[in-house]
Design a protein. Structure first.
Length: 826
């Protein structure tokens, strides 16, 4: 069966918006229309918002079997970014499948929006993500067979998701012709295989990096070198091998191909290549790439010259002599260029316009010779960009103004980007405290050059996709832009680039990630006009919750220096409710107690909406952390917090269960009594002693009443000596006043026929008083039993005598402290 006509399905697809296709399932908006059907965002599903693909009714009515087979095949992939159907829906006029709703856009939409302007590094990242998914599918015996741009979904965090598994058989059943551009010339679409999937991935890379499809209208395969002149050589060789018509040249499997893709992606040539399409004038149809091979490192400054930062760079076309421009007052550090007066001379040199940066002498300084140079030597020139310029037949005034404006934008870019700029301008501006004002001026100048009418220019939006900028510089310029009124556009422009730097440094350089976030936090905290909520938006735009979780978990586990600890602590107030759950997950891995306490305090303030995740954490974490979380939950008077506390009461740690039950249900709770009885009466002797020590170590005070009853029980003397001593110690820690009262009572408990065990108990009571008592009553009791009396053993007398001395010294010390202020007043 052929492809359905587009007009009617499109109209029918739009007409379904707002309708209810199943009980409670409403189609909210149309996401796209293809040859199989229309895709909608839908609400009302048990899983919340989902995507629904409604197949065109005029397709075959016998597709349910293939749909179910497609669902089964997609489920076999088992990768979190493989979008598997949730279920097949039978409608009144056909069928539909429900899947997860992925926020973002498809690779097809990205290609349409930025055709020919996607950096090779970004194209390779998307292709590597897709190749990783395909490799997982192949390992599970699943072939895709129908790959195209529309099957790649790019979410808001930059991850690539793949859908359409099992679709190839369905398309073959319906007689639909696959997209030729992504179908290997030797491949039969009716029989999906691994080699065809790998060829399709290479075709996707070809399209994304060039903006051109790999096969022409006649079906002849193109070369990447033939459609774009400045593609990195490594990328050209990679696509030629992956799409070769010779089987022995192609990659044998997805793993081998992925390794090659990643190797090319990490080359300097690929990382720094970027088509600045929208940054150049649309009128001239220009297109620019950064060419690392044409960039030379700036020479060191002449030691005889002042350390004052050099003046801003100037751009000159190669047709002009590389002379130093005269010193003229300038209103900003990133200057506009003089109008292009010799446009025909430039147009006579197609297709390349070499843009050179000419360094000038620092303002107000002269070299040691005392004579300012009239012309810069060759070593002072630095080629920065090659701009591929379409030959213009003629230039009128508007053309000259447009070209001048675009050259001005390139000045701004060269002054900003570390791969393109005069590094010495930035380095010298930061070389000493005296340069602070100059550095701030430089930041402000670049910010103004990047700013458009709405606060962020097209160049800034292009810059956001550039992988090369120095991240610290990006932070400074971003923060400077945020101080203006255009917060939203600025975040849209710079947020993705900063987020990419933060994520890329996290794994191997977490301290760099922390430094960038701290720098951004300090910069946005400075302007008093920025509200706290706006500061939170900035961090949320740059550090996705997963980054925060990983950062605190990795650095918190081994805090090696005070500065890192201080930075982690200072960031907490800016991490709003969005990050609460992620911080909670990181908590068990934070070994520094002071940092963990700060995070717990922060979570208590930002708890609303995250009680359940904290309850689950209390249930599964170690005893100390579980108890701390239970105490936080007990201080929140909400139903969700009480439910979370009930979750904590299911912990596998007895002390956490005891604390949670006491805090949630009260000390007289029957469940608490049963739990304590099970742990302190019915368990083995060793287990009972371990529980007593844990109760004392974690200060689980809700157990104190039960311990007092246990000490007063008639069976106390029958317990092992170590258990009795642990009982006294635990009660002394949890409730010292109650322990003192019980110890006085037990010390005075004489028996007519006393046993050795009973005298041990009395001696333990005396020793306990010596450790904790600070009352005259305790001293009197000890003094009495330190004397010889009928029924008092030497063991008890010796213990009472030593304890009395300790209590007497404690009382004397307390009296001295009480009277010291009075003596000082006299």
């Amino acid at each position: 069966m052929g492809r359905p006509e587009h007009g009617e399905p499109d109209a029918r697809a739009r007409g379904r918006v707002g309708s209810e296709i199943a009980p409670g399932l409403r189609l909210d908006r149309l996401l796209g229309v293809g040859d199989l059907g229309a895709v909608y965002a839908a609400d009302g599903h048990p899983r919340g918002k989902i995507a629904v693909k409604v197949f065109h009714p005029d397709l075959s009515t016998h597709i349910k079997r293939e749909l179910l087979r497609s669902l089964e095949q997609a489920a076999q992939v088992g990768h979190p970014r493989a979008v598997a159907p949730l279920e097949v829906l039978e409608l009144a006029d056909g069928y539909a499948i429900a899947t997860r709703l992925i926020g973002g856009e498809s690779a097809a939409a990205l290609h349409a929006r930025r055709r020919g302007r996607i950096p090779p590094s970004e194209a390779l990242r998307i292709s590597c993500d897709a190749l990783e998914l395909i490799g997982t599918a192949h390992a599970h015996g699943v072939r895709h067979g129908a790959l195209s741009l529309s099957h790649l979904l790019l979410d808001d965090a930059g991850s690539t998701h793949l859908l359409g598994f099992g679709e190839a058989r369905l398309r073959a059943e319906l007689g639909l012709v696959p997209e030729r551009s992504f179908t290997a010339p030797w491949h039969d679409p009716r029989t999906p295989n691994e080699g065809a999937d790998l060829w399709a991935i290479a075709a996707l890379l070809f399209v994304l990096s060039s903006g051109v499809f790999p096969r022409d209208n006649a079906g002849k395969q193109r070369s990447l070198a033939s459609v774009t002149k400045h593609a990195p050589d490594a990328l050209i060789q990679l696509t030629e091998r992956a799409m070769s018509t010779q089987p022995e040249r192609r990659f044998r499997d997805a793993g081998t191909m992925l390794a090659a893709f990643r190797q090319v992606a990490h080359t300097r040539e690929v990382q720094y290549a970027h088509p600045l399409g929208s940054a150049l004038a649309a009128e001239s149809g220009s297109h620019a790439w950064f060419d690392p091979a044409r960039v030379t490192q700036p020479p060191p400054m002449d030691p005889g010259w002042s350390s004052t930062p050099p003046a801003s760079p100037h751009l000159t076309p190669p047709s002009r002599p590389a002379s130093l421009p005269p010193e003229t007052p300038r209103s900003r550090l990133v200057p506009t260029l003089p109008p292009v007066e010799d446009a025909p001379a430039i147009s006579e040199k197609p297709p390349a316009l070499q843009v050179d940066v000419v360094g000038s002498a620092p303002r107000g300084t002269t070299p040691p010779s005392g004579v300012a140079p009239a012309q810069a030597g060759p070593e002072r020139r630095r080629p920065v960009l090659l701009a591929e310029q379409d030959p213009l037949a003629s230039y009128d005034g508007a053309d000259r103004d447009a070209l001048s404006a675009e050259r001005d934008r390139l000045v701004a870019l060269s002054a900003f980007d570390s791969a393109l700029s005069l590094e010495e301008a930035w380095k010298a501006a930061r070389s000493s405290p005296a340069s602070t004002e100059r550095f701030q001026d430089l930041v402000a100048g670049v910010t103004r050059a990047l700013a458009g009418d709405d606060g962020v220019s097209d160049l800034a939006l292009e810059l956001a996709a550039l992988r090369a900028p120095d991240p610290e510089r990006l932070v400074h310029v971003t923060a400077s832009s945020l101080e203006g009124p255009a917060l939203g556009p600025t975040l849209e422009a710079f947020g993705p680039a900063l987020r990419e730097h933060v994520q890329s440094t996290l794994e191997h350089e977490p301290h760099t990630t922390l430094r960038l976030l701290r720098l951004l936090h300090d910069r946005v905290r400075a302007p008093k006009s920025m509200l706290a909520a706006e500061r939170g938006r900035v961090l949320e735009a740059v550090a996705v919750p997963g980054v925060v979780r990983a950062l605190y978990a990795r650095l918190g586990a081994h805090v090696s220096d005070a500065h890192a600890l201080e930075s982690l602590t200072s960031l907490l107030p800016a991490l709003g409710p969005t990050f609460a759950a992620e911080l909670a997950v990181a908590l068990p891995q934070i070994s520094d107690m002071s940092l963990q306490a700060q995070v717990l305090h922060h979570l208590e303030a930002e708890l609303s909406g995250h009680e359940a995740s904290l309850g689950e954490l209390a249930k599964t974490s170690d005893a100390r952390l579980g108890i701390e979380i239970a105490r936080i939950l007990s201080r929140i008077d909400t139903l969700a917090a009480r439910d979370a506390l009930a979750m904590a009461a299911e912990s596998h740690h007895a002390v956490v269960r005891i604390e949670a039950l006491g805090l949630g249900e009260g000390a007289s709770s029957e469940r608490l009594r049963r739990e304590l009885k099970a742990r302190l009466e019915e368990a083995s002797g060793t287990a009972r002693i371990q529980t007593l020590r844990a109760l004392a170590d974690h200060e689980v005070r809700v157990a104190a009443p039960f311990l007092a009853l246990r000490l007063r029980a008639s069976s106390l003397d029958s317990l092992p000596f170590e258990e009795r001593r642990s009982l006294f110690h635990a009660l002394s820690v949890l409730a010292p006043a109650r322990a003192e009262s019980v110890a006085i009572e037990l010390l005075g408990h004489k028996k007519l026929l006393s046993t050795g065990a009973h005298e041990e108990t009395r001696a333990l009571a005396a020793s306990t008083l010596g450790e904790i008592a600070s009352s005259q009553e305790a001293l009197d009791a000890l003094a009495h039993h330190a004397e010889r009396h009928f029924g008092t053993s030497d063991r008890v007398r010796h213990a009472a005598l030593a304890a009395a001395e300790a209590v007497r010294a404690r009382l004397a010390s307390s009296a001295r402290e009480t009277h010291a202020p009075e003596r000082r007043r006299r």
